[in-house]
Design a protein around this ligand. Structure first.
Ligand SMILES: C[S@@+](CC[C@H](N)C(=O)[O-])C[C@H]1O[C@@H](n2cnc3c(N)ncnc32)[C@H](O)[C@@H]1O
Length: 156
């Protein structure tokens, strides 16, 4: 899979909304495919106490994220892999928190179906997974944005 996604950081205030919608619990493992500067994995570890794994192909982002994780004392809980997300196993993930286009979500959907365990959840901001039926959808207006945008929850 080519790198189809630019780095567009998710608004920080969306993250707790997403993670609450996914009913993230402290003993769970969260994965962000295309983790960018790591804001989702860092917030998940800090606010929800979970283990979190971020995956990104862009070396500079991975490096900056690892530095931030170290500075925040979260190295025990947050790992960041410099990899193509196509090549990362999702078998141990409880929750995927994703900010990716519907095009990329569509390319990854068969992998989700193959690898995610029963009971795991996928939560996406702004872009749905076409062909999947969401269990819940909420709207949220990030600070500084003009209108509400959807957050989708999918149950596996
Ligand atoms: C829209 S940004 C989201 C960043 C972060 N998850 C957030 O919400 O702030 C998408 C990210 O996916 C990464 N990406 C794109 N294609 C990728 C691939 N094939 N494997 C791993 N990461 C990829 C980009 O480098 C970018 O950081």
């Amino acid at each position: 899979m080519r790198t189809t996604e630019p780095f567009v950081p998710i608004p920080e205030d969306v993250i707790p909304q997403m993670l609450s919608l996914a009913s993230l619990k402290p003993n769970e493992r969260l994965v962000d495919l295309g983790s960018g500067d790591g804001r989702i994995v860092i917030a998940a570890a800090k606010l929800f106490g979970v283990s979190a794994v971020g995956v990104d192909v862009r070396g500079a982002l991975v490096k900056a994220c690892r530095r931030r994780v170290r500075e925040m004392g979260l190295s025990g809980r947050v790992k960041v892999l410099r990899r193509n997300f196509r090549d990362v196993s999702l078998r141990k993930a409880d929750v995927l928190a994703l900010y990716l286009s519907s095009y990329t979500l569509g390319l990854l959907a068969p992998k989700f179906t193959r690898e995610l365990r029963r009971g795991s959840r996928v939560v996406t901001f702004d872009f749905p997974i076409f062909g999947w039926r969401s269990a819940r959808e909420v709207s949220f207006t990030p600070k500084g944005w003009k209108k509400a945008h959807p957050i989708y929850l999918y149950l596996v």
